[in-house]
Write a protein that binds this ligand. Sequence first.
Ligand SMILES: CC(C)(COP(=O)([O-])OP(=O)([O-])OC[C@H]1O[C@@H](n2cnc3c(N)ncnc32)[C@H](O)[C@@H]1OP(=O)([O-])[O-])[C@@H](O)C(=O)NCCC(=O)NCCSC(=O)C[C@@](C)(O)CC(=O)[O-]
Length: 383
Amino acid sequence: MAKLPLFSRQLLRCSAHRVAGLRRYATASTSPDGASQPRFDNHVKLVEVGARDGLQNEKKSIPLATKIDLIERLAKTGLSSIEAGAFVSPKWVPQMNKSGEILEHILKHDVPARSPLTFSFLAPNLKGLESANAILSRYPTAFETETQRLARASGTADGPRKPALEIAVFAAATKSFSQKNLNCSIATSLERFGEVIKAAKDADLRVRAYISVVLGCPFEGYDVNPHRVAEIATDLLEMGADEIALGDTTGMGTAPRTKDLLNCLRKAGIRNEDIAMHFHDTYGQALVNTAVALEHGIRTFDSSVGGLGGCPYSPGASGNVATEDMVYFLESLGMDTGVDLDAVADIGAWITNEVGKPHDSSVGKAVLAARLRTKEEGRTGEI
Ligand SMILES: CC(C)(COP(=O)([O-])OP(=O)([O-])OC[C@H]1O[C@@H](n2cnc3c(N)ncnc32)[C@H](O)[C@@H]1OP(=O)([O-])[O-])[C@@H](O)C(=O)NCCC(=O)NCCSC(=O)C[C@@](C)(O)CC(=O)[O-]
């Protein structure tokens, strides 16, 4: 009898949460005072940042066709949110200079997707937003506004499914990082983001607001003040941001400091639903920190296929936590990501090869190796 392929597509995709009797991951996510009020909320949203954060640091210019191919492949995996580009100064980050073409491609072509998709683009100032808006205004019916997206999500509207668009601003928790990344102080960046957020809201777009270096700064070290992070997050939410993405840009975060930061934000009145975690894996702590954030009640995490990434203004920082590792890890805890692990493993191998980078996902490599073994065993069986 042929051996059961141990890591079959089904098993990899569904993993432990479909196994009867497995403990579901409990959380106290809505308890404002942190009191233990376990509830079951097993869906985790993964925000795929490979096409932007993953590629922005590459020195060699990556062809537009490769970037579009990457985005289209990712769209078929069950991901619901894909960061696709950045309307930033090409002098600062040359790799992102074709982001307008990417947005235009998304609007002109019906990108086949397994789930309703949101595409996100960074904009550090009004100039960036205006560039995005100029393109959007040429295709006014090709995307869902935030009002339409919310109506669809709540079941009060239907009709042909179109992609939704999101604008992302990016503040920093330290003065030095703000200066290096944005060429201005934190206060000035917040003033600019206030304008960007207002204009994006006027255009009925969803807004994500990053705060970088929340758990360690390449210039100021480990001691980033969590109260300062909470203040900046509060400012951005008051300006109208829909979500705060906390960036461990350097990967210096540890489990206790992740917990302290999230407790500090909770005490400041920031809801878990408004927070996403963005871990880099420089010190191999991203999954541990994810577990801490998950236990705290966070349900949105960023990741990058193949572990691509690194910030141009964070010397030494390695890639984002790999999407393959996140899917495997989260599903082994009983969470549902809706993402096809087999498919992202293929994309991770393909894109790292395309950009000539080492494939940085342990899970991705294991999945591919197991598939190869199964195939070889199948061939041997046939003989
Ligand atoms: C903010 C600026 C523009 C200030 O940079 P600046 O030099 O102070 O700006 P400026 O207003 O003096 O403009 C300089 C030139 O850039 C142009 N310019 C100005 N703005 C734009 C724009 N939006 N799009 C296109 N061009 C722009 C502008 O027109 C001008 O062109 P010139 O007249 O010299 O030909 C610059 O610092 C910048 O673009 N920074 C972005 C850096 C960046 O993209 N970093 C990576 C993203 S953040 C990140 O990766 C972290 C994150 C989000 O992943 C989370 C985490 O891990 O922590």
